[in-house]
Ligand binder design. Sequence first.
Ligand SMILES: Nc1ncnc2c1ncn2[C@@H]1O[C@H](COP(=O)(O)OP(=O)(O)OP(=O)(O)O)[C@@H](O)[C@H]1O
Length: 304
Amino acid sequence: MIRTRHLTKRYGDTSAVEDLSLDVRPGRVTGFLGPNGAGKSTTMRLILGLDTPTAGSAEVNGQSYRNLPVPLREVGALLDGRAAHPGRSAYHHLLYLAQANGLPRRRVDDVLDEVGLTAVARRRTKTYSLGMGQRLGIAAALLGEPSVLILDEPINGLDTDGIRWLRTLLRQLAADGRTVLLSSHLMSEMELTADHLVVIGGGRLLADTDMQSFLTAHAHGYTMVRAAEGERLRDVLCGAGGTVRPDRRGAWRVDGLDAATIGELACAQRIVLHELTPHRDSLEDAYARLTDQASTFRARAAAA
Ligand SMILES: Nc1ncnc2c1ncn2[C@@H]1O[C@H](COP(=O)(O)OP(=O)(O)OP(=O)(O)O)[C@@H](O)[C@H]1O
């Protein structure tokens, strides 16, 4: 469990994190979203005791990070995939971490195996690709079998297999009852991985809600429809109050009328439908709508 209360960090005139109060709970993957510069990395660094808050507090399992007796056993973190010494092998990097934290040597082999780096474990990390570096960072985070994981952009550089592997791993870690806080700009992946979302903008909390509620609140529904008599159908739907726009494939995108109503209107006018598909905006669309609203609000507030 991660808890922040009124967490605030200012760098001179820049407010990186402002009055942020969060409970990041175990048993689920919490996606941490926000535009560039929103304050995600700063929040993670404050939780990990790598920076000191200007005000407020951050705790992991009821204690500030700096008071945890063996931090790696409580919190595993990936903040920078290039954190390992370039001249050291992955094996020795992990062995050093294990010994410094009183962890058994076998954990090094276990995590290397888990992240798929066993075959290249003796190579110097400077020869690693970005994706291999990310896998090593994830191995280091898992080393102490912590109950809390904090991962800043872990998907960067992973190939398709790597992305699927990480998604499965994170969902499994959450199912085991761990707390997983994950930041990413890849919305499609976040939609598949996270159960819960925390969205920040300008250092402030914009949303803290489960994925389904977030989508219900911010994702719009619409219907794609195609008919033999496309123009006539468009006129009927517009007449019934729908907003109808053509899409690239020659279908109509209809907002304001649901699929059942469209089907009934077409039937009443004896128009044959070739397609009638309800859609919902993606997380990316919903997130864009929320952050647009927030920046418009901020711009208006600044102008007032
Ligand atoms: N050490 C620092 N000194 C001065 N300003 C900083 C420092 N670290 C962060 N900032 C500023 O704080 C704000 C928040 O930055 P942060 O890196 O936390 O955002 P982020 O949400 O992680 O962004 P991104 O998605 O680009 O990684 C930015 O305006 C950034 O320039």
